[in-house]
Write a protein that binds this ligand. Structure first.
Ligand code: BG6
Length: 491
């Protein structure tokens, strides 16, 4: 059981809260990690009738968690009160002021599930009302700004009222079960570490493919695009975990120091290198006659937009360990399947001793993050039988669902509890965010310099077709996709 806490959710009537935060609380309560005396305040800008709010909350939780235990749902709902704070206009309802006490006994978590533009004004407001105490923490949802300048400004504003040790910048990818497992895979197994470098690894590929389009988030998404929405945070954090040096231990700053070094070693793009090392795309209409899919422009209800819904990058980490090893990052919306995976492609053996000189495939380590968590190591094996050496690649597979019966907790469950425990290891420190923005700006600025446009791709396809980043690397379709297609053909 965690310590006693109070949770104040700004944006408590918003999509993220219903989709992620309340279900995460439900599971933590169900599994006995949250005590009955936890108090939760769902804040929204408008005043909200408590009975109506609770009714909506009930139906939303049951929508996202079908088959939820009704008794636990009711218990959770009983712990949540709705209230109003409009920080910009300095308005709050009576229920808010009476809810806050002067006690500092419980950890007080302010969860800002709102646009980052209001993080500063909310923090200022909380300070003015004396709601922040030494036992308070604040959780900031991404995206933190649109560029380095706006991100720094938001961080400055929040830092006026909260110390860095009180600030939890969330990147939910860091809370995913298999992402956590990357740490165990790397640092609890000796066999990988000795070959985890430029001498033995040819390239690394990180793919986060989504089948959904922008849906109802069009107005928000159109201001960001795939680079800022996914690469600046999620994909870069994955890259850091793969590329960082072993930290001394799992203390927050030990891990974050190592991640920061990776971010600082990322090679900046220039007007000369940007075109050969990046590609951006936008989805057009696609699907089938029976099941047509709208274009991005139709989704956002605009005639034109330069926002990318797909991005692929060839990145380089200029340090001793990774010199010369390309890291391919790719993410897109409206792909045929949802999957995220990391592939480590090892180098070929230096010399083929076998008589027939048939291709000896190089080893490949695949870490599938979602939807079906899996680790796979491709190796060459001899095909049994007399005569000469015949060999083929064969995969050693660890399928999580087959080996572990545990429910895989959602990232938000772990991250929320980490905030209560005061563990910042899985949260981004300010200097990390700054370093990632600097690198991302070398892309956005050079796209502008070169007036780079989006390559159009059909919804329900794998993104822009053959392009410069694919040369020499078989990543147009990942291993996962090929397997799926083979399976479909076999059926
Ligand atoms: C969010 C992005 O951070 O991550 C969304 O804003 C994206 O656009 C989502 O769909 C993907 O998360 P997951 O956990 O479904 O891979």
């Amino acid at each position: 059981m965690t310590e006693k806490f109070e949770l104040i959710i700004f944006g408590g009537d918003g999509d993220l809260s219903y989709r992620k935060i309340y279900p995460a609380l439900y599971y933590r309560l169900k599994e006995g990690q949250i005590s009955d005396d936890v108090r939760i305040l769902a804040v929204s800008r408008k005043s909200y009738d408590l009975a109506k709010f609770r009714e909506k909350l009930r139906s939303e939780i049951l929508f996202y968690e079908k088959g939820a235990d009704l008794e636990i749902v009711e218990k959770l709902i009983g712990m949540i009160t709705s209230s109003q704070i409009d920080a910009d206009n300095q308005v709050e309802c009576d229920a808010t002021s009476t809810w806050f006490t002067n006690s500092t006994e419980k950890v007080r978590v302010f969860y800002l599930a709102t646009p980052a533009a209001v993080f500063g004004s909310i923090s200022k407001y909380l300070h003015s009302k004396n709601y922040i105490n030494e036992n308070s923490r604040v959780v900031l949802e991404k995206p933190l700004g649109k560029d380095l300048k706006s991100s720094e400004q938001i961080n400055d504003e929040v830092a006026t009222y909260f110390k860095e040790e009180q600030i939890y910048r969330i990147d939910h990818y860091l809370g995913k079960e298999t992402v956590q497992n990357l740490m165990v895979l790397r640092f609890a197994n000796n066999i990988f570490e000795s070959s985890w470098n430029a001498k033995d690894i040819d390239n690394v590929q990180i793919t986060v493919a989504e089948s959904i389009g922008v849906g109802t988030r069009g107005a928000f998404y159109d201001q960001y695009g795939a680079l800022l929405d996914m690469v600046q945070n999620h994909l870069l954090q994955l890259l850091c975990l793969i590329a960082m040096e072993p930290p001394v231990n799992l203390e927050a700053d030990e891990v974050r120091d190592e991640k920061l070094k990776v971010l600082k070693a990322l090679r900046f793009y220039t007007p000369e290198t940007i075109e050969a090392n990046s590609i951006r795309g936008q989805y057009t209409r696609g699907g089938t006659d029976k099941d047509p899919l709208p274009s991005y422009l139709e989704d956002i209800e605009k005639f034109s937009s330069k926002t990318e819904t797909f991005v692929a990058l060839k990145a380089n980490i200029d340090n001793w360990r990774w010199g010369g090893v390309p890291f391919y990052l790719r993410t897109g919306k409206r792909m045929p399947h949802r999957y995220s995976e990391i592939i480590i492609n090892f180098k070929k053996v230096p010399h083929n001793i076998f008589m027939d000189k048939k291709n000896v495939e190089s080893n490949r380590l695949t870490v599938r993050l979602q939807p079906d968590e899996k680790i796979e190591l491709l190796q060459m094996v001899k095909i049994p039988g007399p005569g000469g050496y015949r060999y083929k690649p064969y995969a050693l597979e660890l399928d999580y669902a087959d080996h572990f019966e545990h429910r895989f907790p959602d990232a938000y469950e772990r991250l929320l509890m980490d905030v209560v425990r005061g563990n910042q290891t899985l949260f981004m420190r300010r200097d990390e965010v700054k370093a990632s923005w600097k690198w991302v700006e070398s892309i956005t600025k050079n796209w502008e310099v070169k007036n780079t446009s989006n390559v159009l791709y059909e919804a329900d396809s794998w993104g822009p077709g053959k392009h410069v980043l694919e040369e020499g690397h078989d990543w147009a379709k990942s291993h996962h996709v090929k397997r799926l297609e083979e399976k479909e053909q076999g059926e």
